[in-house]
Design a protein around this ligand. Structure first.
Ligand SMILES: Cc1cc2nc3c(=O)[nH]c(=O)nc-3n(C[C@H](O)[C@H](O)[C@H](O)COP(=O)(O)OP(=O)(O)OC[C@H]3O[C@@H](n4cnc5c(N)ncnc54)[C@H](O)[C@@H]3O)c2cc1C
Length: 331
């Protein structure tokens, strides 16, 4: 569906005993008793330690003190698309102008660190239900569709959701509503992650730049139109008391609705991209350019965000990293 013409189906979900499973629970928890695995909760990695352009370990803030952990073999950064570039930049691996601006000694000028940020952006169409609807742990249907003919693969996704009583109260909406969430899945817009200071406690600035590309605005408008067509269709009439938002808006009101109501679908990627051009950060073996002994294995290495949701692709990146390490170090 994601790579061809699109369609609708039951989504693939990792659910056991009615509960969604996390990657940590599936991959790490079964091996927690191994002597060669230490999981240190609440440890904050603040910096890579680098000597003569060779990564020797990490500096962490843990239990009120700063400590250094030396790498037996090499360091794999896996902090996600927001914090991997932050730690790189705070270690002096990033754009030299930005490093100089914050007084961070430049170890390696890599202007692509933090650049290329992408996310899947969502908008919500909401209906008041005519009766009470059962709440579900996860969506039970998924649609991938194209905003126009001529596209090679779908550029938006639609998911149904039932509004919980708590959410309805928090948002000032009638209890018992249901939604169709429309999500742009092949965004062209790109943003960046920037430092706001050299201290690990300084937050990053996320310049998401979502919807800056007109094709993304077109895709999200087409997506809202299809959501409304489905939600207001005769087949769903038994479940609809009335449409709450957005209603039959025309441009520019529709564009304003989208701009005001758009939200992140939490699929941030592409801030330390794999590739060969000057804005890339890692090579095909996940190694950071210009600094030895450090790789990245998380969503930040994606050249562009995937069409589908990002958890499974991140797992594949982790699997591939494990395969590379096993071969290279003969584990
Ligand atoms: C609320 C939510 C719902 C989602 N739902 C779905 C879904 O239904 N389907 C789907 O496919 N995807 C979903 N995603 C997206 C998916 O979870 C992510 O794309 C994926 O987890 C990204 O993997 P990652 O390895 O890049 O980073 P992460 O999974 O974010 O892992 C990074 C880890 O590093 C830790 N970390 C960060 N900085 C530091 C530091 N300085 N020191 C120490 N540790 C640090 C973080 O705490 C985190 O545990 C969802 C995301 C969110 C937030």
């Amino acid at each position: 569906m994601m790579e061809a013409d699109g369609g609708a189906s039951v989504p693939d979900m990792l659910i056991r005993d009615g509960k969604r499973q996390s990657v940590f629970r599936s991959y790490v928890v079964p091996y927690m008793d191994r002597p060669n695995l230490t999981v240190l909760p609440h440890a904050l990695v603040t910096q890579l330690t680098i000597e003569h352009k060779r990564t020797t370990g990490v500096q962490i803030s843990y239990d009120g003190s700063v400590r250094r952990i030396r790498a037996g073999c090499e360091v794999i950064l896996s902090l996600g698309a927001i914090h991997t570039p932050k730690v790189l930049m705070q270690s002096g691996v990033g754009d030299e102008v930005e490093s100089n601006h914050f007084g961070i000694p430049v170890i390696q000028h890599l202007p692509g660190v933090g650049l290329g940020f992408q996310d899947h952006l969502g908008v919500c169409c909401l209906w008041d239900a005519s009766g009470s609807l059962p709440s579900r742990p996860a969506p039970e249907a998924i649609i991938f569709w194209k905003s126009k003919t001529g596209l090679g693969s779908p550029d938006f996704q639609i998911l149904p959701a039932v509004l919980s009583a708590g959410d309805a109260a928090r948002l000032g909406l009638p209890a018992g509503g249901w939604a169709l969430l429309g999500i742009v899945v092949q965004p062209k817009s790109r943003g960046r992650i920037r430092l706001t200071g050299s201290d690990p406690a300084d937050p990053v600035q996320i310049e998401a730049n979502c919807l800056c590309d007109p094709d993304d605005r077109e895709a999200v408008s087409a997506c809202v139109e299809l959501c409304r067509e489905i939600g207001n269709s005769g087949d769903l009439r038994p479940f609809v008391k009335r449409e709450i938002i957005p209603g039959n808006l025309k441009p520019p009101e529709l564009a304003n609705y989208i701009r005001d109501g758009a939200f992140s679908f939490w699929h941030q990627t592409s801030t330390a991209r794999m590739g060969r051009h000057e804005m890339c950060v890692v090579d095909a073996d996940l190694k950071v350019y210009g600094v030895d002994n450090v790789r990245i294995a998380d969503g930040s290495i994606m050249p562009r965000v995937t069409t589908g949701n990002t958890m499974a692709p991140c797992v594949i990146i982790g699997e591939r990293a494990a395969e590379i390490l096993r071969i290279e170090h003969k584990f």
